[in-house]
Design a protein around this ligand. Structure first.
Ligand code: PGA
Length: 251
């Protein structure tokens, strides 16, 4: 039997939440997780300003803390940026890198993302590396080529399964209420694993998440697709009940 990694349900809060609302959301999730522990690892990625307060709320809960980006340098003259070491120091164990919103709004290239992944690994963080095609690429039939090129460019040599998670997030599915059909998700995840196998050992051990309009309603179906090892959840992760329902649909 090939080893199937434990699912990961990650909440990407994006640029949402102030101290009070962020703490209240984290508290609700901790309580629900305690009452009904899911068969999955849980991860909350609040904005940087909330890492402290959310981290304190998650203490001893078994829920992981993560960030949404990091700089590729360890320290220095980089105004406004945060290093992977700083994230480790505040209690993060994961960092999302190469999200399409950062690739788009901040013009992050695959090469820049690979440098950040290296920095994350160097600090001991697990990197969640996002890839995914645009609507135009999907229509043109070049989705897989686009994804493979992102994988090849964004994953540094020597990336290991324990510290590297892939999130397949079709750009057109993010925040749109649209999702690919199950066959498409399964096919892309299988192809990502084949691609990982060309460069890295134990491709079956990598967690490959699906992200893009995951809800409490569609999660049971999406999370039961073979090769899907969890979800990266945006909008629905801002609702404790929805997020925990998603987590509970694992297993
Ligand atoms: P969404 O976002 O769940 O709101 O579509 C997912 C993501 O961007 O990670």
């Amino acid at each position: 039997m090939p080893h199937t990694p434990r699912p990961l349900i990650a909440g990407n809060w994006k640029m949402n939440g102030l101290r009070e609302t962020g703490q209240a959301l984290a508290r609700k999730i901790v309580q629900q997780h305690h009452e009904a522990p899911p068969l999955a690892d849980l991860l909350l990625c609040p904005p940087a300003t909330l890492l402290d307060v959310v981290g304190a709320t998650l203490e001893k809960s078994g829920i992981f803390l993560g960030a949404q980006d990091c700089h590729h340098e360890e320290k220095g003259a980089h105004t406004g940026d945060i290093s992977a070491d700083m994230l480790m120091d505040i209690g993060c164990r994961f960092v999302i890198l190469g999200h399409s919103e950062r690739r788009g709004e901040h013009e992050e290239t695959d090469r820049a993302i690979a440098e950040k992944v290296k920095a994350a690994h160097g600090a001991g963080l697990a990197a969640i590396v996002c890839v995914g095609e645009s609507a135009v690429e999907r229509k043109a039939g070049t989705a897989m080529a686009a994804i493979e090129s992102q994988l090849n460019g964004s994953l540094p040599e020597g990336s290991k399964a324990e510290k590297t998670i892939i999130a397949y997030e079709p750009i057109w599915a993010i925040g749109s209420g649209l999702t690919p059909n199950c066959d498409d998700i399964q096919a892309v995840h299988a192809q990502i694993r084949v691609n990982l196998g060309k460069r890295f050992k134990s491709p079956e051990s990598f967690r490959i998440l699906y992200g893009g309009s995951v809800t409490a309603q569609n999660a049971p179906e999406i999370l039961s697709i073979s090769g899907v090892n969890g979800a990266l959840v945006g909008g629905a992760s801002l609702d404790a009940e929805a997020f925990c329902k998603i987590a509970e649909s694992c297993g």
